[in-house]
Ligand binder design. Structure first.
Ligand code: SF4
Length: 183
């Protein structure tokens, strides 16, 4: 196991923008690290994510404190990196646009709100087609408000809606969660 991890973390990659990463090491990292589940994201993050400073910070909303640590904080943006087995290619059932991106954008909006930033930048690496996708946008405070109100409603005993089912597959709380049964 140690040797495998060293081999995965040992390669250096040049990349830029929306390019296909045809270095076989990325495929290897996806395949092997996938068996380690949460490690895949850590490994690909280490090799591919943009480098920006970050800190833990929190902000009050209603009677809550909303806390977070983005993957990076720039002058006027927050940065978030993800990896996935989904793709934006038509042959895959789950497109990134309809699955990982909305979830990550919601997270990035909340970070942008916490850190008073104007924009968010999201990069998602697809293990399906070894491609790095990038999106940027202006913070949407309406979306932040909707998300936080949803948390509040659930915490106050309202109906908890299950997420899209793929979220539950790798969730570390799934063994204790009853909501997933309605997914
Ligand atoms: S298993 Fe439960 S907590 Fe985890 S993503 Fe699914 S519904 Fe949410």
């Amino acid at each position: 196991m140690k040797e495998l991890l060293e081999r995965i973390t040992g390669f250096i990659a040049d990349y830029g923008g929306e390019q296909y990463l045809d270095d076989p090491n990325f495929k290897y990292a996806c395949d092997v690290a996938d068996t380690l589940r949460f490690k895949r994201g850590d490994l690909l993050h280490e090799k591919l994510a943009e480098r920006h400073p970050s800190i833990f910070y929190a902000k009050e909303w209603d009677r809550y404190v909303i806390a977070g640590v983005p993957d990076g904080i720039g002058e006027d943006f927050v940065y978030e990196f993800k990896s996935t087995v989904f793709s934006n290619s038509a042959k895959y059932k789950w497109r990134i646009d309809n699955s990982v991106l909305p979830v990550t954008r919601t997270q990035a909006n909340i970070y942008a709100w916490i850190f008073n930033k104007r924009r968010w930048v999201v990069e998602i690496f697809s293990c399906a087609d070894l491609r790095l996708y990038k999106w940027e946008g202006e913070v949407d405070y309406g979306d932040v408000e909707r998300t936080l109100k949803g948390f509040k409603a659930a915490e106050e005993g309202g109906e908890i809606l299950p997420p899209v089912c793929w979220k539950c597959d790798s969730c570390k709380y799934r063994d204790h969660c009853k909501v997933k049964d309605r997914c």
